[in-house]
Unconditional design. Structure first.
Length: 139
């Protein structure tokens, strides 16, 4: 598993306000536990901070730990969400991984915890998926 000691946080400068922070790691790599071949994907993190925010260099170093980890898509997405949730205790967090196709099959895994204060207008009532916004590219 990735070293959670690498995750550093800093005080939220405006803890009395709900706002969304979004980070995208476009060059995420882990290893397929069956073949040992590299899996390439994008990790997207969206959260509403409470008292702390994640420091970006520490997030990068934490995610780089998975480069040598044999782990399934579902497991790594849930592990990242659990580790970040434990480190930051955000009001709301979504971790989404989008994996490059292999054998004609492409995968996307989404994990969500908490409520979405102040961001309900970003979501479609019918399917609870984020609406497209200008400059918002999930893939």
């Amino acid at each position: 598993m990735a070293d959670t000691k690498l995750i550093e946080c800093f005080p939220n400068p405006t803890p009395d306000r709900d706002y969304v922070i979004e980070h995208v790691a476009e060059e995420f790599t882990s290893l397929c536990p069956k073949t040992g071949h590299p899996d390439f994907g994008v990790v997207e993190l969206r959260y509403v901070p409470d008292q702390t925010c994640i420091e970006l260099k520490s997030l990068k170093l934490y995610l780089q730990n998975y480069r040598t980890e044999g782990i399934f898509y579902e497991a790594v997405t849930n592990q990242i969400a659990d580790d970040l949730r434990k480190a930051m205790s955000p009001r709301w967090i979504v971790v989404r991984t989008d994996w490059r196709g292999r054998g004609g099959i492409r995968s996307t895994i989404t994990v969500e915890f908490g409520s979405r204060p102040g961001v309900d207008d970003w979501f479609d009532e019918d399917d609870d998926r984020p609406l497209e916004r200008p400059g918002d590219d999930w893939r």
